[in-house]
Design a protein around this ligand. Sequence first.
Ligand code: SF4
Length: 94
Amino acid sequence: MLPPYERVPKQPLKKRGKDLLNASKDALKGRRVSKEEYMERLDECYQCPYMQKRMGTCRLCNCVMKIKALAPSVGCPIDKWLPSNSGVESSQEN
Ligand code: SF4
């Protein structure tokens, strides 16, 4: 069952800003996680009670998970998946 909206522990604004900055840097450098890791991250999110499946966003960080899960330098706010070192250049992927 979904936790009531009022009791969702929102990620602090400062941390959200830092994640957004890091994800933007990844995008500018063309870095993204491997396809396998991307699918694992999304699987975790789509089984998570904080996922708003209709919107595709997380209730804790308000991110669009199909985009956030691509960035190697960011992680889940409750550590269901962590920042990764497996980042590959998007031009290297097949
Ligand atoms: S980022 Fe974490 S808390 Fe948010 S939906 Fe994904 S697994 Fe759940």
